[in-house]
Design a binder for this molecule. Structure first.
Ligand SMILES: Cc1ncc(COP(=O)(O)O)c(C=O)c1O
Length: 388
């Protein structure tokens, strides 16, 4: 198996597992107990929080651990909108957001919220897939409680200009939430400098364990009030109750630390692998077309490749090239067999979306895998074309 689906999830780094293990088997105190075992567990959580805060440009008391980005997005958006002191009744987001944002705002309509979903730059234009900034500016009004924009898209890798968006949002007195799940650990992020109020991330996207995420609350100077979505023991300052998980906190922090140390070198290596894969596929398959921003620029994730085939459907291609793990839509919503809502929102036809494939190249891939994968993929496509 050649694993090229790193937007969906990543392999947990063995160095991360090694750092986690003692906190499962030896130091297993409840971090909320006041005996020595509890104090040791609380201490390692405090150190993990300090590490994460330092790596993302946030204050330690702004870090909230969750079960993953889905929960972080729910807590951010529902938390702001449903706070008892919230007077504003309007939410703004973007057509290409993850379902963990789109389904939340859809649900809030039932609580009486007005929702505006802003389009993205259409396929065929430079920066395809990036939010249309003019339409975003026009959508925000004095009743807007929160604007939710993802830092980078999980299907086409398009990167949003978050700093400029922060100014637009704050000029109207609204709160900015950013789903940074695909960016955390992949590109540098300084939440204070970017002036983002709420940032979601998930450890399993950056070589950490599945089951822990983070919400950074109050990156800038503004006071962000959140209504808790999980109540119970009052842990994490009452924002997210439940016994904290020391091993998971260590895993998230260690994974982010490792990613940050090698981030610049990894990005160069990953981009070179992605470009080689694309070149080999273009050489072997006539008429394939890129989806999303151009590969050379800074507005696309280095490891992302998304394109459409001239005739064959992505699902058939995937079945014919079973040794290569890739995706034909967003793996996060694969239970839903409809064509990708991201590609459709970029103006692709249903047929074009169905003929599309997504690859995510990661830190553990090698150039040799690009050569082998492209050979398998081209051969599988030829086989299918001959059957047609
Ligand atoms: C952009 C984005 N947001 C949210 C999620 C959900 O993350 P999690 O699996 O941690 O709930 C994903 C991926 O699954 C994603 O790519």
């Amino acid at each position: 198996m050649i694993y090229l689906d790193n937007h969906s999830t990543t392999r947990c780094d063995t160095a991360v597992v090694d750092a986690m293990l003692p906190w499962l088997t030896q130091e297993y105190g409840n971090p909320h107990s006041s005996h020595a075992a509890g104090i040791a567990a609380a201490d390692i959580i405090g150190r993990s929080i300090a590490t994460v805060a330092g790596l993302v440009g946030a204050k330690p008391d702004s870090i909230v651990f969750t079960s993953g980005a889905t929960e972080s997005n729910n807590l951010a958006i529902r938390g702001v909108c449903l706070h008892p002191r919230q007077k504003r009744r309007h939410i703004v987001t973007v057509t290409t957001e993850h379902p963990a944002v789109l389904d939340v705002v859809e649900d809030l309509k039932r609580d009486g919220f007005r929702v505006t979903i802003v389009p993205v730059i259409q396929s065929g234009s430079p920066g395809a897939g990036i939010v249309d900034i003019d339409r975003l500016a026009a959508a925000i009004d004095d009743d807007t409680a929160i604007v939710s924009v993802m830092a980078a898209n999980n299907e086409v890798g398009s990167i949003a200009p978050m700093r400029a968006i922060a100014d637009l949002v704050h000029d109207r007195g609204a709160v900015l939430h950013c789903d940074a799940t695909q960016v955390l650990g992949r590109s540098p992020i300084d939440i204070a400098a970017m002036d983002i109020d709420l940032v979601s991330g998930s450890a399993h996207k950056f070589y950490g364990p599945k089951g822990i995420g983070v919400l950074v609350v109050g990156g800038g100077d503004r006071r962000i009030r959140l209504r808790p979505q999980i109540v119970g023991g009052g842990q994490q300052r009452g924002i997210r109750s439940g016994t904290m998980a020391p091993a998971m906190a260590v895993g998230l922090a260690r994974a982010l630390e490792i990613c940050t140390e090698s981030m610049d070198a990894d990005r160069v290596r990953i981009r070179a692998m992605r470009d080689t894969l694309w070149q080999r596929l273009c050489d072997g398959i006539a008429g394939i077309e890129l989806n999303g921003p151009a590969l050379g620029g800074d507005d696309r994730l280095a490891g992302n490749l998304n394109f459409r085939l001239p005739t064959i459907e992505g699902e058939s291609w995937m079945a014919a090239a079973a040794e290569v793990a890739f995706s034909t839509g967003s793996a996060c919503s694969n239970v839903d067999p409809t064509p990708s809502h991201v590609l459709m929102a970029m103006g692709l036809s249903e047929s074009e979306a169905r003929r599309s494939a997504r690859f995510g190249i990661g830190r553990f891939n090698t150039m040799d895998e690009m050569e082998r994968a492209s050979a398998i993929l081209v051969e599988a496509r030829d086989r299918l074309a001959n059957l047609a």
